[in-house]
Design a protein around this ligand. Structure first.
Ligand SMILES: Nc1ncnc2c1ncn2[C@@H]1O[C@H](COP(=O)(O)OP(=O)(O)OP(=O)(O)O)[C@@H](O)[C@H]1O
Length: 431
């Protein structure tokens, strides 16, 4: 394996316009992929992992130009494919194949498996039927099926077998690169490992470069040499799989890792719960995009409350700033006409009083203001009294070790001199 990149993705962007009315006036932008950079070495398997909706599939289709990126470059074997004309694109498509999530919809039910596997060969000019058949039979055997399966039809195969056929079809044109988008998530858990190990075998046997897209850290761990963690259109951490799993540096990565079930219950640590949905990519949060859900947001200097209480204060801060402290929304059975201080403290799990006297005075005053009906003013007061760099400025991508990078303020020694250590994150200088 070499790190000489076959694929270099730089600042890739895919923004979708949001339009309204008959004239399709643009009223906003979905920033599905928002400046993503990574590369894939020759013979390397790289993972792109993140929750549903973070932009993984859009990154995949844009980097293969199945849809046009709105910005950035993708270099393949040294050439910028975003500049390719149709003929060059067709040649590129032969070298870069894709495997999709749902094997059931990947095949035409009226075509035999042999015809489906042979289709890319036919499109790319292998007209000799006998030779096509020989290639297909060989490929089916290589992916663990038998040559005679060529005459059977998709409905005769299980999901796992169909995914094997999809691998055979991708291999038929002898590609250099395969992009697999959630290749096992539609399959029964019991056969996921078999298909992953097939991908692993095929990758080493054919010396392919591989990009594996998955929401599941466990899947990525099984086959990837390197991993990129994606959140809301951006990559927040990247590095060798062993390092990212052994020494995760971004709170989001930590949260994803803690959601992997561990077989040994004695080793089960305290899971980091990721609450709330991924925010809307048409209106991403200011500052660090993860700050609205991050369990490790940097607190204001001198604030003497537990990290969980600080997280609760932040949740209250943003809800109030949005004017969203309706008693009914705070508690199902609330019959209060206004968000009373007690109701708000209970809904946000805030102790009464806070252990920090100054913070308590600010909170109590803000809660009174909200109870009197001016929720927005309460929000403003909280925003002013409890500032954090995480909500104010976007973090830089910083190097943690030669090949491991993370994009988090906890690595900025000016912003988080001690907090990174407190959260188990080594603070590193960017060099
Ligand atoms: N054609 C489109 N027009 C507008 N928004 C889109 C379009 N396609 C995707 N999006 C939005 O872009 C964001 C990223 O979607 P994408 O499918 O790439 O995420 P994902 O991480 O692959 O999630 P999943 O695994 O659920 O597919 C989502 O908010 C989605 O709603």
């Amino acid at each position: 394996m070499s790190r000489d990149p076959l694929v270099e993705v730089e600042n890739l962007e895919k923004h979708y316009p949001i339009t309204e009315g008959l004239l399709k006036k643009q009223v906003g932008t979905v920033r599905a992929v928002d400046g993503v950079s990574f590369d894939i070495g020759r013979g390397e398997t790289v993972g792109l992992v993140g929750e549903s909706g973070c932009g993984k599939s859009t990154a995949a289709t844009s980097m293969l130009r199945l849809e046009e990126p709105t910005g950035g470059t993708v270099r393949f074997d040294g050439e910028d494919i975003t500049e390719y004309d149709d003929a060059a694109l067709k040649r590129f498509r032969r070298r870069a194949q894709m495997i999709f999530q749902d094997p059931s919809s990947s095949f035409d039910p009226r075509m035999s498996i042999g015809e489906s596997v042979a289709e890319p060969l036919r499109i790319h000019g292998l007209n000799d039927r006998t030779r096509r058949r020989a290639v297909v039979e060989d490929l089916l055997e290589r992916v663990g099926l038998s040559a005679s399966d060529a005459d059977r039809y998709p409905h005769e195969f299980s999901g796992g077998q169909k995914q094997r056929v999809a691998v055979a079809r991708a291999l038929s044109v002898n590609p250099d690169f395969i992009l697999a988008d959630e290749p096992v998530s539609a399959l029964d858990v019991s056969i996921q490992a078999d298909v992953l190990s097939l991908l692993d075998d095929v990758q080493s046997e054919f010396g392919l470069s591989f990009l594996l897209i998955s929401h599941d850290m466990g899947v990525v761990r099984q086959v990837c040499d390197r991993v990129n963690v994606m959140y809301l259109g951006e990559i927040v951490e990247s590095g060798p799989t062993e390092e990212v799993f052994g020494n995760p540096q971004h709170p989001y990565t930590k949260a994803l890792l803690s959601s992997i079930p561990r077989p040994d219950p004695r080793k089960r640590g305290r899971g980091i719960e990721l609450t709330g949905d991924v925010p809307d990519p048409s209106n991403p949060p200011d500052g660090c995009r993860f700050h609205t859900r991050c369990p490790a947001v940097i607190p204001p200097e001198g604030l003497a409350v537990a990290q969980e209480t600080w997280r609760s204060l932040l949740d209250l801060r943003s809800r109030a700033a949005r004017g969203d402290l309706d008693p009914g929304a705070l508690a199902d059975a609330a019959d209060e006409p206004s968000p009373t201080p007690a109701l708000v403290r209970e809904a946000f799990d805030l102790p009464d009083p806070l252990p920090d006297g100054e913070a308590e005075a600010t909170l109590a005053a803000a809660l009174e203001t909200a109870a009197d009906g001016d929720v927005a003013a309460a929000g403003e007061r909280l925003v002013e009294a409890f500032p954090t760099p995480c909500a104010r400025q976007a973090p830089e991508r910083r190097r943690v070790s030669p090949d491991h990078e993370a994009t988090c303020h906890l690595h900025d020694p000016d912003l988080a001199p001690d907090h990174g250590d407190a959260y188990g994150i080594g603070v590193a200088e960017n060099d």
